[in-house]
Design a protein around this ligand. Sequence first.
Ligand code: ARG
Length: 590
Amino acid sequence: MTKSTDLADLLSDVAGAAFAAQGLEASYGAMRRSDRPDLADFQCNGAMAAAKKVGKNPREIATAIVEAMKASPLVAAAEVAGPGFINVKLSAAALSKRAEEIAADTRAGARGVETPRRVMFDFGGWNVAKEMHIGHLRSTVIGDSLQRLFRFRGDHVTSDVHLGDWGLQMGQLINEVKLEQPDLPYFDAGFTGPYPETSPVSMDDLGRLYPQASAKSKTDEARRDEDRKATQELQAGRPGYRALWKHFCNVTRVGLERECASLGVKFDLWKGESDAEPYIPELVEDLKAREIAEFDAGAWIVRVARETDKKEMPPIILVNRDGAIGYHGSDLGTIVDRKRTVDPQLTMYVVDQRQALHFEQVFRASDRAGLMPESALEHLGFGTVNGPDGKPFKTRDGGVLKLYELIAQADATSLARMQEAELGADVSEAERADIAHKVAVAAIKFSDLSNVRTTNYIFDLDRFISFEGKTGPYLLYAAVRIKSLARRAEGEGVKPGPISIELDAERALVMQLDAVNDALRGAYDKRLPHFLCEHAYSLAQAFSSFYAAAPILVESDPVKKASRLALALATLKQLELLLGLIGIETPDRM
Ligand code: ARG
């Protein structure tokens, strides 16, 4: 790992040396961005703490530090304020040098982690027989952004979609198909195969059968028992049920893959709850032998409550009383699978906040069983996508909005907005549709990610798809403008040159570019992608002020022109990097 060249770190070194020269600890020299950018670029509050420690006057210490710092070529001005704050304004040379570095860096100034880890992301989590809908958006978009960020920072990331393919719903569906098509060979226990290769049900069929089946299962006790039995038989390996179930999975996957492609989301693994199955018998035997699993009311459970608990903490159900594995058991088995195959040091589950209890139970059970410690398992919960009424979003007729419908609506709205703004007028129809789709995806992802992960937000396509304000389309447009500027410069034979920072707007832009590591670190450490959105937006704004104050192609001084062009290209690189981490692809033109 190379030494940090962030302005804060460079300045902290200078201030630290000054503290050390006073016989004080260098760590008092930590500099951070000033709360008053009109007065200073960076500030240090260490003199107060140092003074307290050694029983001296803080202003006296601060004055000595300021005097020493003034000698550094990084510092244009330094002064003591209030009780002993140290305010520093950077020299133009320091800013120019930092800008040069960012311009030359393929990572646009963004560093990676010191010690990469093996990290696992569990997100997506869609269920077999259900089409992706608006409620699935957040896990997908947040999980994807985080996997991109962790990978970019150097971790060895494995993402798994963890399909819901193994619970009671499967037994319900099998029985529902049986009611409609009882003569299929899947239900004939004496049938020796081979089973038909084409599925007896389409995705539309599944979409109809699933709610039908679960409604019956809820109200009809006898039916529910049948469903439990079918689930247990499926899990125990009854060939006809397995063959039919495989069709359910395959048919569902076609749609899921289409939605993933449309959103630009990729998974390393397309595993499901069912993949935990081979690990379960051994796990159960082991937990019984170690008396961690207890037999209770016909089921095998693991108690996870602790004396210190303030809320109720029910046990997990490892194997239910029909001998079937439910949601708890499959998550525990999946931990075994992952430990043996990927051995992650950290696993993050990007799942609705409403499942917090489930994960707490599973993590505790994993810890108790000695599988993975609780500290290596994290539930990254998120709020719901709501309608204008503040309740989970529903379509006008009260249904759920399917994801492909949502994307189609967003594509159409984007196209209309582009037309209004006279964008994409001189490209082919196919390219215009492609741009509109990129705008749509940018709008959807940015509006989701720019909210703090744990809060709810109101879904409003019209507001999301606007080229003005804090939106994905605004950022795309900002990036595309710089791209077109770069093309024009190239056409005119203008080349980027050494960067020299003169104007205030240039200073502000470099300060913003330099802040990239704060944003990435914040997003990474707290698993909060909105820090990425904030940075991208502030960067686009800083660029826009810079460009207004420092026009490029019309500038008559060739040295200034080349410097500003270089700064613009560095901004573009960093903006595209950020958009990429958010999961947004930038078109070349609009
Ligand atoms: N399929 C689950 C659901 O629809 C979400 C799965 C989340 N991941 C997990 N490992 N439990 O609620």
